[in-house]
Design a protein around this ligand. Sequence first.
Ligand code: UD1
Ligand code: BG6
Length: 353
Amino acid sequence: VGQTMRGRVVFEDDGKTVQRVFLGGMADYLSTIRRSRRIILCGCGTSYHSAIAVRQLMEELTELPVTLELASDVLDRQCPFFRDDSIIFISQSGETADTLRAMEYAKSKGALCIGIVNVVGSAISRATDCGIHINAGAEIGVASTKAYTCQITAMVLLALALSEDSRSRAARRLDIMRGVALLPDYMRRALALDGQMLELARTLVNENSLLLFGRGYNYATALEGALKVKEVALLHSEGILAGEMKHGPLALVDETLPLVVVATRDSSYVKQKSVIEQLRARDARLILIVGEDDDSLDRFADKNMIIKVPEIVDCLQPLVNIIPLQLLSYHLTVLRGHNVDQPRNLAKSVTVE
Ligand code: UD1
Ligand code: BG6
């Protein structure tokens, strides 16, 4: 994440306050994007989850409608794309066939195509009109981890650059830029939860299923946490938008099924508290992700089931919250005797549709 920001985040003399964001590859295209009818975020797998994580912020800062598309679905539906659309294609490898084909389709409709790509010189990096290399370094393991957090970081920077001239957003932008400067340190602090995640993995090693509930900025955290557990630990896991809990998933809840609820303090906090109360009333086995100085949820779960993370500005919190879940899936995988780097049946770049 530090490398994603390097050369792009300009600090004041104190080295701590962010003065501005400069994205060399985007500078000539920002005004076109600002004038577009809408922004569409498109990708597959983890890259799609990074789109979900930044959607709300992108909408808030650009004041444009921001929609999400799974790349394969763009092709299946032959989505209506237009000349005044700005479409952001997110791909770690830059080679994923579905994303590449969706991008070619968007180009044929005249839309502005922007890449958020890790691999310089990859097909998507070359074929897009402009973009941002996330500079995460080579990601060897099949399960995307550092690319996920760096994709979110790059798109947060893009949202900040797009709203540079907005007076009404100035205070909010300042808050986020302060958070951006703190991010690497906060993520390092979240990595220190490794020991607790190993212990937690030991208690979950023989489970058959794990559900994760998130909402708002952390809906993506629930989805991505579940995907990691699924793809490397080979344990059935589902990420659920907490607002949907009472529309189906609640029927699964009993005293045996482990549930993770993300409840860090943002505008969804009160609602997440109520979700926790409803789950607890059904004797659910709760694992909570909460702010490190938040004691108000301690009574809902055993001490070792409460994961306390450092809290940063709301829109950056998903970057911190995903780390304990990535560590949990790592330890679950090792304890269950599976290969962390090369999960069964999966490939790093899927270059066929
Ligand atoms: C670039 C250099 C970087 C150098 C910096 C100095 C490259 C790859 N990067 O970084 O080594 O330190 O200038 O200012 O030479 N692009 C796409 N699609 C994508 C991603 C990028 O078209 O998916 C384009 C960008 O619009 C840009 C170029 O590729 O024209 C390089 O992008 P990026 O590496 O993000 O630009 P800088 O951060 O300016
Ligand atoms: C999938 C991988 O096939 O491709 C996922 O198994 C990955 O882990 C997805 O997130 C998208 O890959 P990329 O390179 O386009 O980000």
